[in-house]
Write a protein that binds this ligand. Sequence first.
Ligand code: GDP
Length: 295
Amino acid sequence: MAFESLSDKLSAAFKKLRSKGKLTEQDIKEAMREVKMALLEADVSYKVVRDFVKSVSERAVGAEVMESLTPAQQVVKIVNDELCRLMGNENQRIRFASNPPTIMMMCGLQGAGKTTHAAKLAKYFMKQNHRPLLVACDVYRPAAIDQLKVVGSQVGAPVFEMGQGDPVKIAQAAIRHAKDYGNDIVIIDTAGRLHIDETLMDELKRIKAAVSPQEIMLVVDAMTGQDAVNVAESFHNALDIDSVLLTKLDGDTRGGAALSVLAVTGKPIKFVGMGEKLDEIEPFHPERMASRILG
Ligand code: GDP
């Protein structure tokens, strides 16, 4: 299960505190050392861990004793608050265009889950009475176009494709099509590569310039740990993304990506993918994630 090891290690650190009653600065210091190790082992990036532990320690040492909480509970509460803050405090939503269609551009490395999540998002929005159009701009692999058509038909969303043409022209034509047919959301599935390269970024930049998306959503595989965060940083530097969709949280991810993405890129996680089925998508709730981590 995701976060299992992190949860276990944090609860072990807090258990020791609970056995102490009144806490000294030394007790807190020791607990924070364990929290730090647990986060590093969960693949949270080093700088994020350092800042996190610093703010928790400062707050814990300076905390007024609250009557309703034991000192140990108070430390857990501070850790919880800081975990929420790290992940963005409240759930962030998609920005809809005041003049439809709202254009969403999905990017990411091959295998991250772009195509699957384009369809999941279409289904999610259809439940809210939107009329999304899926657009096949991953033109290099014919299988990718077919895959989008398959998942599109599974969720009952129309798929716009022009075969292996110029992705910029396809995106533009798709938007005209959406306006003609009353699709209020356009979800563009772009090409992925095994590695970040200039050709990939260049193509994404050209699509972005041509269609000015409201939401550039980076799809990142949570299972890839620190790499996920490096990928997010590179895409963000090249493309100025708006949000992250973190996939495969149903696997035994150690959690680092969920905890580092916002601090590293300044961009929030807006959705999480929790499985291969096309309804396994949820808006990201930092407070739920924090309580899941704290068990
Ligand atoms: P793309 O290359 O980025 O378009 O990735 P795909 O959408 O083709 O997904 C790659 C693989 O990951 C497929 O086998 C998907 O079924 C699987 N996958 C995608 N999202 C999830 C998820 O949230 N959880 C799990 N377990 N598998 C996923």
